[in-house]
Design a protein around this ligand. Structure first.
Ligand SMILES: Cc1cc2nc3c(=O)[nH]c(=O)nc-3n(C[C@H](O)[C@H](O)[C@H](O)COP(=O)(O)OP(=O)(O)OC[C@H]3O[C@@H](n4cnc5c(N)ncnc54)[C@H](O)[C@@H]3O)c2cc1C
Length: 387
């Protein structure tokens, strides 16, 4: 009764994406259980990403934009995205869409319970929750478990991306809905990476977010104070009402997350290393991962597929993390040069790991070389020390 073909632990972004894609595949007759300790009935986050392709969730995209803005002290860019679109999906819409699709398949079940133990016994996976014990042929684990995460090794970098955003509503028409402000670096860097991000939903409503890449979080009052100052000094808004608050953290690390947690247990989501180390963007990478897992299960009967991420992107991520770690404030200058000296499509392709060697050389030669040379030396030294 309590045996399933697949059990998915955590019905958040990765868990529901995997279940959604399984349900659309030839594996839809398999018995699948999704266990999440929470009912996913709140808009607990928004997912943004840019793409030049369609995605499985295009029909629930809440807003999309075709122009981005980049601002620094002495440089402003308004760049049309051409073939790309910057899209936003609200957490609540994603949860409702995935859950409503999955609930129509009687082979798929969802329980709200807290998973307290995960292990392999006699070639099967055993999963204990507060109320039950289940077994499965395969388990997919999306809980972020700190006990499996050892980023403080000498060869790794580890920062946290942390952000607080306010969805503000204004009385006057103040926002330009045609463009998103992807980076506004006009704020004190305090030896870290600090910027603002503005997503307009209408003339009178926008998500305004204060984002930091750093080692430590700051006090809630400091995020609030900076948001207040930004609204007043840069957006010139004094009359507004805060409708919703978003706060989040994402690990930014080149630590190699273990994917194989056992012969029959695979990590997925951020805990499976799906957040891009140097940007924290994970949504699209999670969709791509889910589709590769489903394909592997269909074709080979097991989920572990061979990852073919270009080695060069791992090195670029490590170099950028090394600079952020050592001299965070210099990222403002590097990003300004990047956006000043490259067409926007080249930058977006580079961040999506879709450029070729020639484009990478153009990108690298467009930014100040010294910080990168120092990070190459640091990475080489730290890696050769542990050999
Ligand atoms: C506020 C926020 C905004 C973000 N915005 C973006 C963005 O704009 N673009 C982007 O690409 N990425 C973004 N990310 C990064 C990433 O896409 C998200 O973190 C994404 O939700 C990760 O998916 P996940 O499945 O790994 O984790 P989650 O979505 O957090 O899912 C994990 C699930 O596990 C469940 N769980 C935990 N413990 C247990 C337990 N013991 N038993 C049962 N269930 C359990 C949780 O309830 C949760 O539902 C954002 C992250 C945050 C936090």
């Amino acid at each position: 009764m309590n045996h399933f073909d697949y059990i998915i632990i955590g019905g958040g972004c990765a868990g529901l994406s995997l279940a959604y894609q399984l349900n659309k595949s030839t594996l839809k007759n398999k018995k699948v259980l999704i266990i999440d300790k929470e009912k996913k009935n709140k808009n607990d986050r928004t997912w943004c990403f840019w793409t030049d392709e369609s995605t499985a969730f295009d029909h629930i995209v809440y807003r999309s934009w075709k122009t981005i803005e980049f601002l620094s002290d002495d440089f402003t860019l308004h760049a049309p995205l051409k073939n790309f679109t910057y899209k936003m999906i609200r957490g609540i819409d994603f949860y409702q869409e995935a859950l409503s699709e999955i609930s129509q398949n009687t082979n798929f079940q969802l329980v709200n319970d807290d998973v307290i133990e995960l292990k392999e016994v006699n070639g099967k996976v055993s999963i204990k929750t507060h109320n039950q014990t289940y077994t499965a042929d395969w388990a997919f684990e999306s809980r972020f478990d700190n006990s499996r995460f050892f980023p403080e090794m000498p060869q790794n970098h580890y920062l946290t991306q942390h952000f607080k955003g306010w969805i503000v509503e204004t009385q006057a028409n103040v926002f330009d809905t045609n463009k998103i402000r992807m980076f506004d670096f006009r704020t004190e860097q305090k030896q870290e990476v600090r910027f603002f991000y503005v997503l307009p939903f209408s003339d009178k409503e926008a998500l305004v977010e204060y984002t930091l890449f750093s080692k430590h979080l700051i006090a809630q009052e400091e995020y609030d104070q900076n948001l207040k100052e930004y609204l007043s000094n840069h957006l010139k808004i004094s009359n507004y009402h805060i409708k919703e608050v978003e706060f989040g953290t994402i690990p930014m690390t080149d630590y190699k997350f273990q994917r194989k947690l056992g012969d029959r247990i695979m990590s997925i989501g951020v805990g499976g290393g799906r957040a891009k180390p140097s940007t924290g963007y994970a949504f699209l990478r999670i969709q791509q991962d889910s589709s590769k897992i489903v394909k592997s299960l269909e074709q080979k009967g097991q989920p572990f597929y061979k990852e073919d991420t270009g080695k060069q992107f791992e090195i670029y991520d490590a170099m950028i993390l090394n600079i952020m770690n050592r001299k965070g404030e210099s990222i403002k200058e590097i990003f300004t040069a990047l956006f000043k000296n490259n067409p926007i499509e080249r930058i977006l392709l580079f961040l999506n790991e879709k450029t070729n060697f020639f484009s990478d050389i153009l990108i690298m030669s467009s930014v100040p070389p010294l910080p990168f040379l120092k990070s190459i030396r640091n990475i080489f030294l730290s890696r050769s020390l542990i050999k």
